[in-house]
Design a protein around this ligand. Structure first.
Ligand SMILES: Nc1ncnc2c1ncn2[C@@H]1O[C@H](COP(=O)(O)OP(=O)(O)O)[C@@H](O)[C@H]1O
Ligand SMILES: [Mg+2]
Length: 536
């Protein structure tokens, strides 16, 4: 949590929380002071004191305002830093969970953390000051009676513990159900065409009704549990409030206590109990945020080399081959069954290599090892240089073209440059090589590309990805079913660009025609975890 905050703003908020904590004790003192004023019967003192008290109360209102502003600043800093962290953490990698689930984490869970954790920490500080100062004032008015009041009041903060586990569990359930609802809605939004063409909206309503029902029920249950927890706290607090009042009234009746002193102790104690309640409720809310905080802590920052702006791809200028030696890989949850077993593969610079194999054979997994996105369970993946040196691959040395194009909801220019500066000549040359020059001339570089490239043809999306690789002068291109979703003519045109590109290309494709596969320098097949060479 610390790394998402700014020490100076936290310190200022704590200071203001401490000052704001004096507001209620002052209130308490001024209330008993009214009784003292009545007792003194000095009319000329009344108005000056009333004005002074009103002035100080207004001062406290200003402190409260400053405190709220500082709190808002802390929340803003937290939101900024957490979101920046998540943008550069493994949170962005889709292989963990669905996109919708993580978007829901950003919108729902983080808002809960913001309101029910961050704000409550400072509120508790303020409340503790209120309790301590009010308590000191009450003790000065009547020590014994105050002790009775406090003995009962000190029972109340233990009440939130009673339902803490249930509260946390309910919050977790709610988060999971909202995630499911988001996933369902993302499916409907992405596949609305299919839903409508197959007259399936009614079925989706039936399915959605239950998923929506579960998420709203989970929210209601979570809120009800917090309410029940608060009810328990309130009932305990009232019992603890009225019993000591009885003792105080008895003391006044017996002439052991003045009415003014009773008013001071009772009013002060009332505030103490109320403030204890506020603390208990804040702690309840904080308990409910534990699963969200645990999830936040679980997202790990990506390796720093992925944030470097210089281009390590230049190091690839020297490589003679990429070597996979005795590479074995198993996914952690399936460690006993390696997907890839002792794979040996050598890709020479400039070669065009084809990799085929049935679906699920592990082709995409092999690619992720090759590009350094994943590390092998055993064996090595290394680039070799003419000078006999070896270095590990790094994802920033490769360009990839996958079945689902990576297109950004920004201009054509941004989709090529990704924000880096390139000369117009370099951009034009890249467009030319990718066969996009005519499109760019018609639409202009500042043409806005829709989300997921929805205003482009499949071929145009591929060509943008290729133009990007050319512009970045990527020397190693990995294509994973890159032409699978294209019509034959477009696929052939894209293949032609790939096969003649001045770069090393490793391509995965299972519907490649024999006459096309012969144009590759090497053809391997992956089957049951083993890699075999199909052609010499
Ligand atoms: N992130 C993952 N975690 C666990 N298993 C996975 C993961 N990704 C893929 N797999 C499994 O690994 C196997 C190979 O998947 P993949 O490399 O995508 O195959 P291919 O690309 O050849 O179709 C499949 O059985 C798949 O279920
Ligand atoms: Mg695959």
């Amino acid at each position: 949590m610390k790394q998402y905050l700014n020490g100076r703003w936290v310190a200022l908020s704590i200071l203001l929380a401490l000052l704001a904590g004096f507001s209620i004790p002052f209130n308490t003192w001024s209330y008993s002071e009214f009784f003292a004023l009545m007792g003194r019967r000095q009319p000329n003192r009344v108005w000056p004191e009333i004005f002074a008290i009103a002035g100080i109360v207004i001062l406290f209102a200003l402190i409260e305002y400053a405190y709220q502003r500082a709190l808002n600043r802390n929340v803003a800093i937290f939101n900024q830093k957490v979101r920046e962290h998540l943008l550069t953490a493994d949170f962005i990698q889709t292989n963990q969970a669905g996109v919708a689930d993580r978007l829901s984490y950003l919108t729902n869970d983080l808002t809960v953390v913001e309101n029910n954790y961050l704000r409550q920490i400072f509120n508790i500080i303020r409340s503790v000051v209120t309790v301590v100062v009010t308590l000191a004032f009450a003790l000065r008015s009547n020590f014994g009676l105050t002790l009775i009041f406090i003995a009962f009041a000190s029972i109340t903060p233990f009440t939130p513990k009673l339902l803490a586990k249930k509260t946390a569990h309910r919050a977790q359930q709610w988060s999971a159900r909202v995630g499911r609802y988001m996933t369902f809605m993302a499916d409907v939004l992405k596949n609305a065409d299919t839903v409508l063409h197959y007259s399936a909206l009614g079925f989706f309503l039936a399915k959605g009704r239950s998923i929506i029902g579960q998420s709203v029920t989970a929210q209601r249950r979570r809120d009800n549990t917090v309410a029940a927890s608060n009810l328990v706290a309130t009932v305990v607090a009232y019992v603890c409030m009225y019993l000591p009042i009885g003792f105080g009234v008895m003391m006044v009746v017996r002439g052991q206590l003045t009415i003014a002193a009773f008013v001071a102790v009772q009013y002060a104690s009332n505030w103490i109990v109320n403030t204890f309640l506020v603390i208990a409720q804040s702690r309840n809310q904080m308990n409910a945020t534990r699963p969200m905080l645990a999830k936040l802590a679980a997202f790990k920052a990506l390796p720093a080399n992925l944030l470097r702006l210089d281009q390590p791809t230049d190091r690839l200028g020297q490589f003679t081959a990429l070597n996979l030696a005795a590479v074995t890989f198993a996914y952690a949850d399936d460690a006993a069954q390696p997907i890839l077993q002792t794979i040996n593969l050598r890709v020479h610079q400039g070669e065009k290599v084809l990799l085929t194999g049935p679906s699920g054979a592990g082709k995409s997994t092999l690619i992720s090892l090759l590009t350094g996105m994943r590390q092998p369970t055993s064996g090595t993946v290394q680039f070799q240089t003419a000078a006999g040196k070896a270095f590990a691959p790094d994802p920033t040395m490769f360009a990839t073209v996958l079945q689902e194009s990576n297109i950004f909801n920004d201009t054509l220019r941004f989709n090529l440059t990704l924000g880096r500066h390139f000369s117009s000549a370099a951009i034009q040359a890249a467009l030319q090589k990718a066969g996009l020059a005519a499109y760019a001339a018609d639409h202009g570089l500042d043409n806005l590309i829709a989300e997921s490239g929805n205003n482009l043809s499949g071929g145009e999306r591929k060509r943008i990805e290729l133009a990007r690789a050319f512009l970045y002068n990527r020397r190693f291109l990995v294509v994973d079913e890159g032409t699978a979703s294209l019509d034959p003519a477009t696929a052939a045109a894209i293949q032609q660009i790939l096969l003649t590109a001045p770069m090393t290309v490793v391509e995965i494709d299972h519907h490649i025609a024999p006459d096309l596969s012969r144009r590759f320098d090497a053809h391997y097949a992956l089957n049951a975890g083993q890699l075999t060479r199909v052609t010499a």
